[in-house]
Design a protein around this ligand. Structure first.
Ligand SMILES: [Zn+2]
Ligand SMILES: [Zn+2]
Length: 393
């Protein structure tokens, strides 16, 4: 069904109504939040002075004297220079978490029961869906609409991932799409794999990124009562869903000692969830082919798609960020998120699922693709000599 009430763009081109398909289109608005909004607009009425004031305030943050001295020491004696101040608190937290996880994994976690492992996979899957189906496809890109029960479920699942607040996540990801691979991109992959993966959380943001973040229109996100609730109780929800619920259940109902349950769920599972999300920003921006647009860095990466529940088809996603599948093909084995969104669409909790028309995808890949799309004829075949019909007799 084609009901395109929305105007979208692909590489700067305004699309016609036939270019956008919507599945399960709603008869009328209902609880729609910003019906035609695609998450990529600028806020209205922000002046240069507003930005300067904000930046001035932001710049009041300074490294401690000890932190500055340590960074200087690293530069002088180890030769490692960074182009921004190191956030030592984040280094200690993220570094400490990873180090402890590796040590504890070999010492204890390895010995937890199969049920605890399965529970960890289940919690990891829920957390992943909260990030991919919630923070990413729903709140950032408005690729579909969700009724209240689904928004609540996705918000709770998102809290299991233990990441930044939803507001910060959405803003950062909108900047990432709008200013990919520039100074304004929070995890600019031109600064290397490590920076795009986790380094961006350990260093001070580039001023251009802070400035552009202020310009992003977040009114739709702030208007959602589910996000308002999340924002108000962010830390309590994070502690509850990332640490308490995942570690209490195996202890209370599955006979696992509390310490093992905690280590398996609050360390190993947490660290894996974080890294699987980060791989989309690092690996999927560096390794893979580009069937839809060879001019951009994001690429198609199957391995990332498997661990990130369908988010590794990143060349496609950056060309059509408003497609609810975040991929052209909907094979569920490498796009678990799409499977769940289709299930929720069946029961009516997800609707107005947006997709580009087949013609638009085909036009785009023929014009800009690198020739690796499955439908692209293999040019080399022309060089294979045609079989001589006389000889084959
Ligand atoms: Zn990206
Ligand atoms: Zn995206």
């Amino acid at each position: 069904m084609t009901v395109a009430t929305t105007t979208e763009t692909v590489s700067g081109t305004v699309l016609s109504a036939q270019d956008v398909n919507m599945k399960n289109a709603s008869a009328k608005g209902g609880n729609d939040l910003n019906n035609n909004f695609n998450g990529m607009d600028d806020r209205q009425g922000v002046t240069e002075k507003d930005l300067d004031d904000y930046l001035h305030n932001y710049n009041k943050w300074k490294q401690s004297r000890a932190g500055r001295a340590l960074q200087q020491w690293i530069a002088d004696y180890l030769g490692m220079r960074f182009d921004a101040e190191i956030k030592w608190k984040n280094v200690a937290m993220i570094g400490g978490l990873h180090l402890t996880t590796v040590v504890m994994f070999f010492k204890y976690v390895w010995y937890s029961t199969l049920t605890t492992w399965l529970w960890g996979i289940f919690v990891g899957g829920c957390a992943g869906l909260g990030v991919t189906g919630g923070a990413h496809r729903l709140w950032t890109h408005r690729a579909y609409k969700a009724k209240l029960p689904l928004r609540i479920i996705l918000m709770c699942f998102y809290c299991m991932s233990g990441q930044n607040s939803l507001y910060d996540w959405v803003r950062d990801h909108r900047i990432h799409h709008k200013y990919s691979e520039t100074d304004a991109d929070p995890h600019n992959s031109n600064r290397g794999f490590f920076y795009a993966h986790v380094g961006w959380l350990l260093l001070r943001k580039h001023p251009e990124c802070i400035k552009k973040g202020q310009l992003i229109d977040m009114s739709d996100v702030l208007a959602d009562p589910v996000i308002q609730f999340h924002q108000r109780y962010f830390m309590a929800l994070k502690i509850l869903f990332t640490f308490i619920v995942p570690s209490m259940i195996p202890w209370m109902f599955l006979g696992e000692p509390l310490y093992l349950s905690f280590l398996a769920n609050c360390l190993l599972r947490y660290v894996l969830t974080l890294n699987f999300t980060w791989l989309v920003n690092s690996a999927a921006h560096i390794y893979g082919n580009k069937p839809y647009d060879s001019r951009i860095r994001p690429a198609e990466n199957k391995a990332v798609s498997i661990v990130a529940m369908g988010e590794g088809w990143h060349n496609y996603h950056h060309v059509f960020p408003w497609d609810y599948k975040a991929a052209e093909m909907g094979h569920y084995s490498v796009n678990v998120t799409t499977f769940w969104l289709d299930v929720f669409a069946k029961i009516g909790w997800a609707y107005d699922l947006k997709e580009p028309s087949k013609e638009l995808v085909s036009r785009t890949l023929q014009k800009y693709g690198d020739g690796t799309h499955i439908t692209t004829p293999i040019g080399n075949l022309k060089e294979v000599p045609e079989q001589d019909p006389l000889k084959s007799r």
